[in-house]
Design a protein around this ligand. Structure first.
Ligand code: LLP
Length: 414
């Protein structure tokens, strides 16, 4: 459930017409509903309430300070993958003891910063990374909590670019090497081995792969116990899918029930790293038709948002529903909704049945709250768009639109 709804044929975000916001902040812009964010987080959190757990929001999905601050206040922790994300999360007020650090290529500088901040744990993805963490912990004279990310070799049945739990993927330690890694790490004074982690992929619409993965983690836990290695945390990663078109993803309740039924007798704290399921349907991208063009072949709506603003359709051929901000009753006619960028791959939708719309009409690209702004770029020297948050009948610009000056920041002629 989200808070983007039509009232009298006009799209609202909570209690404000989207058109009113567009009139004030100009298009294109990302628009987030704080009520939806809150609801999604609370539903997720409640679903796991029967077991000790921590929800570490995957910051890569949406790293706006206001979004992180809101989730942090609701009790969320953070799953980060870079020094930049660590910086944001701390600035947003999320306590260090709720931060887990994932990623295959953490630099020594990033490791030092996170160890210094005393984050909850590093999810370690290779033996060499473990050595780097050891080095930095010794240098800082601290003991650092680690968990190993294992690769359970589970098929997540999702887009190959966002499938991460197969042997051929770069992520995690193969199960066959994990035992050795745990033994080595447990013998090191500067490392406190506290958990086991996996993340099998994103936009999963079945619970079975998660259950499979947690089953494999459980066997590993028993094996480790045999060697006297006892852990406190099981981190199952993120990946729960959302409805973009006609997918029927499991509800958080069903997802939680399936996971908890596997671990209900275990004392471990469960960490979950959802990104998309919290923010995906809490955000839209609002754009305006600059020009309409009917050719013999096709109808084009050329809009002011482009692949640099929302790359998902171009990169993954992802489907995002596109709705007119003011509903019209005309017949539907297939149209390509394209941006101003000089690439044929610059589209938000192709052959999409759309009503007859005019120059100046506003469109809402739905389900754009996750991996929307965070994956945007300045390609074609386009300033990145603003981000706006709504609370009931108020809105606030939570990130200003970039200017031409921001485009040139740091550059110099020589
Ligand atoms: N934890 C780890 C270690 C991850 O790598 C990811 C996502 C998550 C959690 C959160 O997954 P989620 O709950 O959002 O599915 N750009 C792609 C998605 C890439 C996901 C990368 N990892 C997209 O736009 O679909």
């Amino acid at each position: 459930m989200n808070h983007f709804n039509y009232k009298d044929k006009e799209l609202y975000c909570e209690n404000i017409p989207v058109k009113e916001i567009a009139g004030k902040v100009k298009t294109p812009f990302y628009l987030y509903s704080s009520a939806t964010l809150t609801r999604h987080f609370n539903v997720f959190d409640r679903a796991f309430s029967g077991h000790p757990h921590l929800i570490c929001f995957a910051v890569k999905a949406n790293s706006n300070l206001a979004v992180l601050n809101l989730l942090g206040k609701l009790g969320a922790g953070a799953d980060i993958v870079s020094g930049g994300e660590l910086h944001r999360v701390l600035k947003a007020g999320i306590p260090a003891d709720r931060i887990v650090y994932s990623g295959v290529g953490k630099t020594e500088k990033e490791i030092r910063e996170a160890a210094k901040a005393d984050i909850l744990m590093f999810n370690v993805e290779s033996m060499e990374e473990m050595d780097a963490i050891s080095r930095q912990a010794r240098r800082l004279k601290c003991r650092t909590r680690v968990s190993f990310r294992v690769n359970p070799d589970v098929d997540a049945n999702t887009h190959p670019y966002i499938s991460t739990g197969l042997k051929k993927n770069k992520f995690g330690l193969p199960m066959s090497q994990a035992l050795e890694a745990y033994k080595v790490a447990s013998d090191r004074d500067e490392l406190d081995v506290v958990g086991i982690d996996c993340h099998i992929g994103s936009q999963l619409i079945q619970v079975e792969p998660f259950v499979d993965a947690i089953g494999r983690i459980k066997s590993m836990l028993y094996e480790l116990k045999g060697f006297g290695i006892r852990l406190k945390f099981i981190d199952i990663g993120g990946g729960l899918g959302i409805k973009y078109q006609d997918e029927i993803p499991p509800e958080p309740d069903a997802y939680a029930k399936a996971l908890l039924s596997e671990i209900k007798d275990l004392p471990h704290c469960l960490i979950i790293e959802p990104g998309r399921s919290i923010v995906g349907n809490a955000g839209i991208l609002v754009t305006k038709i600059l020009y309409t063009k009917d050719t013999e072949e096709k109808r084009f709506y050329i809009v002011d948002a482009a692949m640099n603003d929302l790359v998902r359709p171009s990169l993954y051929e992802a489907y995002h529903e596109i709705l007119p901000v003011i509903e019209t009753n005309t017949h539907l006619h297939p149209a390509d909704i394209v941006g101003p960028i000089c690439e044929t791959g610059d589209f938000l939708a192709r052959e999409r049945p759309m009503p007859d719309l005019n120059q100046g009409s506003l469109l809402a690209v739905m389900s754009a709250g996750a991996y929307g702004f965070t994956m945007s770029s300045n390609y074609n020297s386009r300033p990145r768009v603003s981000e706006v948050m709504v609370k009931d009948d108020h809105f606030k610009v939570i990130r200003k639109r970039e200017t031409y000056a921001s485009l040139l920041r740091g550059e110099t002629v020589w």
